[in-house]
Write a protein that binds this ligand. Structure first.
Ligand SMILES: [Zn+2]
Ligand SMILES: [Zn+2]
Length: 190
């Protein structure tokens, strides 16, 4: 992903349009199949190149709950400045700084966009917000209906609440034998 800085310098202050469509493999994302489309404009001014535009990602993902494959589309804006350096002494000591600099006539944007794309990948993918997932016993996708397994197919999001509820009712049962339960029986009998 090279930008010809020499060309931008000829027309200082004038924005040029760029359009790259690249497979994920270009950025080293071997675990996902997809395309990154990068549309932006760039300008050179006072020792800096500024780019700003839109990043579209389109790839095949997997629902975290039911493992169904889903087509994911993400759109995100970006803008970034890159600094010109004139000798290696000026260069940033760590790699993180260096990818935001350029020296000479070309600016390589590969590392910048690799990091940008990693940052916008969603942490969790769902085929739809209320996906019920798979039965833990027979593996049936519960979005298609219930199965005959003797388990509670409660929504996975409520699992924490269910644990709290279970521990509360356990406590009640233990205490109830000595205290409340006989009284309740008396009341019901009368
Ligand atoms: Zn799902
Ligand atoms: Zn089942």
């Amino acid at each position: 992903m090279l930008i010809d800085v020499g060309e931008l310098k000829k027309d200082k202050g004038i924005f040029k349009n760029y359009n790259f469509v690249l497979p994920f493999s270009y950025f080293g994302f071997e675990d996902k199949k997809g395309l990154a489309s990068l549309n932006f404009e760039g300008v050179y001014s006072k020792g800096k190149v500024l780019i700003k535009g839109k990043c579209h990602l389109s790839y095949e993902g997997v629902c975290d709950r039911c493992l169904k494959s889903i087509q994911v589309k993400i759109e995100e804006d970006f803008s970034q400045e890159f600094n010109e350096i004139f000798n290696t002494k000026q260069a940033g000591s760590d790699v993180e700084e260096r990818y935001l600099q350029f020296n000479g006539k070309e600016l390589d944007l590969k590392e910048y966009f690799r990091q940008f794309i990693v940052a916008i990948f969603p942490l969790k993918l769902l085929c739809f917000p209320d996906c019920k997932g798979l039965c833990q016993i027979c593996g049936k996708p519960l979005n298609e209906g219930t199965c005959n397994c003797k388990v509670n197919h409660f929504d996975q999001r409520w699992s924490v609440l269910k644990k709290i509820k279970d521990s509360c009712s356990l406590g009640k049962d233990r205490g109830g034998v000595k205290n409340g339960s006989t009284k309740e029986k008396d009341i019901q009998n009368t």
